[in-house]
Design a protein around this ligand. Structure first.
Ligand code: BTN
Length: 259
């Protein structure tokens, strides 16, 4: 039997987050672009959710994010940080860890693949698209976009190995309750990162590091860089041990697993 999913409940979510303006939409091209387009006019935190996205964006050029109706969580939230843009390096890893925490609280194993993809049993379940902008007043405006596969059990359009909370547990989930926990963890982790940086999260990272000791490669011109992952440094950069025993740190890019 196909479930008729409970819809997003704006009133319930607004009551949970009185200091944030909550908006739920039936359909948007992208929750991320919705906030981005009106960024200059926004002067309070916003939580924007959609039942469906018709042009959901993934990280990286021309990457799409599959966003079927009333099935998963498509969330973008605008956060005002007192920190300057350059002080936010490493933030997106911490945001990924907050998703891991939310999933694990449901009794489902989850790991983080650098920089911020969330994996369950070798399959991607969630991704983060974090975009930070200079705030004329002070600090930065950060739009955190999260896609989390919740009740999706089939989708032919996704070109990578994926899973969902339902696939992992056999259970149907009310997305409203997950949004509440996700937002609470997200804010908690963001505030801790603003105060103390990435250092307090290094143990958490080690415990959930999907790539640790695995051999990966990165695109770099026409010669890919290949090495063994050795965790992250204090800025959240990936440490890669090369064949020549040199360790380098990588600050951006997509790690491809080598068999
Ligand atoms: C990734 O490629 O891993 C990042 C995926 C981010 C998807 C989310 S869904 C809500 C928000 N709106 C978008 O268009 N993208 C992000």
């Amino acid at each position: 039997m196909k479930y008729i999913s409970k819809l997003l409940d704006e009133e319930f979510l607004q009551a949970e987050f009185p200091d944030i303006k909550v908006e739920t939409h039936v359909s948007l091209p992208s929750t991320q672009d919705n906030l981005k387009l009106k960024l200059d006019k926004l002067n309070q935190p916003v939580l924007c959710l959609a039942e469906q996205q018709t042009a959901g964006r993934g990280r990286g050029l021309n990457r799409k994010w599959a966003s079927p109706f009333a099935t998963n969580i498509y969330l973008s939230t605008l956060y005002f940080s007192p920190k300057k843009l350059q002080e936010l390096e490493g933030l997106s890893l911490v945001l990924g860890l907050s998703i891991v925490k939310t999933i694990k609280a449901l009794g489902i194993e989850a790991k983080i693949k650098w920089p911020n993809d969330v994996f369950c049993h070798d399959k991607k379940i969630a991704g983060v698209l974090s975009e930070a902008f200079n705030n004329k007043e002070k600090g930065a405006k950060v739009i955190i976009g999260i896609g989390l596969n919740v009740n999706m059990d089939q989708n032919q359009e996704i070109d990578q190995v994926w899973t969902s909370l339902k696939n992992e547990s056999g259970q149907y989930f009310d997305r409203n309750l997950i949004v509440v926990n996700l937002m609470k963890n997200l804010m908690l982790y963001f505030k801790k990162f603003e105060k103390d940086g990435i250092a307090p999260f290094l143990k958490d990272w080690q415990e959930h590091d999907y790539l640790y000791d695995k051999t990966v490669s990165f695109e770099a011109g026409n010669q890919p860089i290949t090495g063994q992952v050795k965790g992250i440094d204090e800025k959240g950069r990936l440490l890669l041990l090369l064949d020549n025993h040199q360790t380098i740190s990588i600050s951006a890019g997509e790690a491809t697993l080598r068999k």
